[in-house]
Design a protein around this ligand. Structure first.
Ligand code: GLA
Length: 750
């Protein structure tokens, strides 16, 4: 997987082979240069790819390189450092805090953030070392190999170890950086410390960026935009990865489609402030970098201390965005999600939030569970409002004690009743929050994040707990564990409903003020780790006002995430298909809710609501006691279908056929379509949804991913098709549809 040769300068060239992709790095006069990333290539020495435009007054030459073409300002760097002639955005910027001597020989400059990252030596390891800070990809020793490039800044005591884990079966390279202050007496400060940077040498001049933007109720809409000269950044400064941008972007060419062309994905396994920047320089060279956002970030490194960046996962596809997504799906399902539920079939749940909001009691929950049991639903989830004195969203967060005015029979008894009906029981928490109106706030106002001397902004009537504090995490661990141990609870929905403002901690020393956001995230991971270790049987579902923290790091702890508070099936098409650019179906929680929909008022048929929700971890979010017998019959059919199709949808390959943003044919109504194909291509499930119809619309859809030579049988009509016919000629779906109609076709190989 990792091959090393020597270049013309006698320095190493590393050719990393990840699945069917190559990633080539060379050392050039000590600089670490990026030579290639993309579909596999056979040559190792591809230094000829370097752009050699002569340096002049605006493109400086480093002092130690020979006269000639080389300049830091055009060199493609693996980990670009600030201040020595690469004027593009830098991945790392650091300063030592005082003038000092290293080993009595070299003088170092205090205060100036000029930084250098120069190759010293390397190691090639079987497997992937555990660096134990943030969540990361895991794989067995024979499934991957790791190249560690040991680098140094010759003028300071800072050392940089660049980790590249190459996956054997996936075109994926996982990157992290460890920065060490090896000085015995001088502190250092990190001002930028990205996880990975990729400089493209051979990209199409018309580079485009694919990313996922959104807001509350409209998360992860895919946007594809040409890159112009200058920088474009998707980021978060909200303390969470957020609804607004996802920690993901892909660089594609103007000709890349779902099925063909280059697509390089950059996905950051991180839940806090992040930045992904794409920068196009004057020569058309593109840099794509990902890491913790430098805004407000300042990390103090004591003598001997080290900083480990989160991990960035680069996926290299030469067959379009579709393949890139399928690689992320499988990689994240098998090598990121952990624990008993990582790849296990998820129970079909009913959640009482949109059924009752805060207005429920034990009897109402049991009534819902009784109907659920008759329809094939397997779990009841009790959402917000069961604790403290919480009858609206203005109080009690932090008071994780059962409200026995609502749950009159007690939690243990309620769970027993639900279990007796054959259902599992799940419960909602919002651990990281504190209401000003709560017993917890009365006892510990200092546990809320705040900046001394500044008023605290309020959001959804709540403050955020200082997760950097061990006493806060201990309190949460003890109270949450107490509830989870008191009854047979098999699922937890972990919510997070506001972003961080005036973030400061009473316990952090002044020089560490710039560490608060990252320390918050590390505190969150610590608590998640403790709870998932103590309760390994519990299925954890992440949530953040819908999908406001739907990121890879949260999937490490919670293999499914509430995709959006917008449960409208038509809106969910954009949200779910956007989410599918990175995240597997098994990670997307999708529920059938009431019609008219509570968020949009739109009326959609029960069948279509089911067909759309079937694209993820399936469930219901409505008052089952108010449904008609016909609707309950449909639930029985949908729950049976979910089990029948589970493997194809959740463990098969996804093909996006028509995105809602593609105006189909440019002339007829708007629609969306996608399909899953089982790994062995023996089955496929095709879905087509009409978003907005028109008069006499004409719809043809070409299928993908099938075995061209096999015969597939439509399980509803019995009609037989060859795979090549379905893929090249397609299906004729022309019919007079109404808005919101949908078609599902299950194909089985004969
Ligand atoms: C958030 C979640 C919802 C629900 C409410 C409860 O908005 O996304 O699903 O749990 O909180 O307050």
């Amino acid at each position: 997987m990792i091959k090393t040769i020597l270049s013309a300068t006698g320095e190493p060239i590393f050719h990393l082979t990840a699945g069917d992709a190559s990633y080539v790095i060379s050392v050039f006069h000590g600089f670490l240069l990026h030579l290639y990333a993309g579909p596999a290539i056979s040559d190792d020495d591809v230094e000829y790819l370097l752009v050699r435009v002569g340096h002049d007054s605006v493109v400086p030459r480093p002092a130690h390189t020979p006269e000639g073409w080389f300049s830091c300002d055009i060199a493609p760097f693996e980990y670009p450092a600030y201040g020595s002639g690469d004027f593009r955005p830098s991945a790392v910027m650091a300063k030592m805090l005082t003038n000092d001597q290293i080993d009595g020989t070299v003088e170092i400059t205090g205060g100036a953030p000029t930084t250098a990252v120069m190759y010293e030596s390397h190691e090639i390891l079987a497997g992937k070392p555990i660096l134990d800070t943030c969540p990361a990809i895991h794989a067995a020793d024979d499934e991957c190999a790791t190249l560690v490039l040991h680098c140094t800044d010759p003028a300071t005591a800072l050392k940089y170890d660049l980790y590249y884990t190459v996956m054997r079966d996936y075109p994926a390279v996982c990157r992290r950086t460890v920065i060490k202050n090896t000085s015995k007496n001088t502190s250092a400060t990190l001002l930028r410390a990205y996880s990975a940077s990729l400089d493209f040498t051979t990209v199409d001049p018309q580079a485009e960026l694919v990313h996922l933007w959104g807001t509350w109720g409209r998360e992860r809409h895919m946007e594809r935009t040409p890159l112009l000269h200058g920088s474009m950044s998707v980021n978060s400064r909200r303390g969470a990865s957020s609804h607004y941008h996802n920690p993901f972007a892909a660089l594609v060419t103007s000709k890349t489609t779902e099925e063909s062309g280059m697509a390089v994905g950059m996905s950051l396994i991180y839940s806090g402030n992040f930045d992904i920047t794409a920068d196009v320089d004057a020569f058309g060279l593109t840099r794509l970098m990902a890491g913790i956002s430098p805004d407000g970030f300042e990390w103090h490194l004591d003598p001997g201390a080290q900083f480990v960046t989160p991990e960035a996962v680069i996926v290299l596809s030469g067959e379009g965005l579709g393949k890139m997504s399928r690689v992320y799906h499988k990689l994240y399902r098998k090598h990121l999600c952990r624990g008993e539920w990582a790849d296990r079939e998820r129970p079909i749940l009913v959640n009482n939030w949109e059924a009752t909001y805060f207005n429920f009691d034990d009897e109402k929950l049991v009534a819902i569970a009784e109907d659920a049991a008759k329809c094939g639903i397997e779990m009841l989830v009790m959402d917000d409002g069961w604790f403290g004195i919480r009858n609206d969203d203005r109080s009690s967060l932090g008071d994780w004690f059962v409200n026995e005015d609502k749950i009159r029979c007690g939690l243990g008894k309620l769970v027993e009743k639900v279990n007796a009906l054959g259902l599992k029981f799940g419960i909602w928490f919002e651990p990281e929050m504190i209401s000003p109106v709560s017993k917890l706030y009365e006892a510990h106002p200092e546990w809320a994040l705040k900046t001394t001397g500044r008023p605290m902004s309020i959001s959804r009537s709540q403050y955020v707990l200082d997760m950097t504090r061990e006493d806060v995490r201990d309190y949460l661990f003890d109270t949450i564990s107490g509830v989870l141990s008191s009854a047979n609870i098999e699922y937890v929905k972990w919510d997070f409903n506001r972003n961080l403002t005036e973030a400061g901690s009473a316990l952090l020393p002044a020089e560490r003020g710039g560490e608060i956001f990252h320390r918050y995230v590390l505190g969150l991971y610590d608590l998640l780790d403790r709870l998932t270790t103590a309760f390994p049987h519990i299925l954890l579902e992440g949530c953040s006002s819908g999908g406001g923290r739907f990121d890879p790091a949260m999937l490490y702890y919670s293999p499914q995430f509430w995709t959006s508070d917008d449960t409208d099936a038509m809106e969910r098409l954009d949200i779910q298909l956007g989410t599918s650019f990175v995240y597997p179906a098994s990670s997307m929680s999708c529920h059938v809710s009431a019609s008219p929909n509570h968020q949009t008022g739109r009326v959609t048929s029960f069948v279509t609501r089911g067909n759309v929700a079937m694209a993820g971890a399936f469930g219901y979010e409505l008052d089952l006691t108010k449904l008609t017998d016909d609707e309950k019959d449909l639930i029985r059919k949908q729950t049976a279908d979910y089990h029948r199709y589970y493997d194809i949808i959740n463990r098969g390959d996804l093909y996006r056929l028509i995105l809602p943003t593609d105006n189909y044919n440019g002339k007829t109504g708007k629609c969306a379509s996608w399909m899953y194909v089982s790994e062995d291509k023996s089955e496929a499930l095709f879905t087509f949804v009409v978003i907005r119809t028109s008069v006499h619309p004409v719809y043809f859809v070409k299928l993908r991913g099938l075995d061209p030579n096999a015969i597939y049988v439509d399980q509803t009509t019995g009609k037989e098709y060859h795979g090549d016919t379905l893929m090249n000629a397609g299906l004729n779906l022309t019919k007079n549809y109404r808005d919101g109609d949908s078609v599902v076709i299950h194909l089985i190989k004969k």
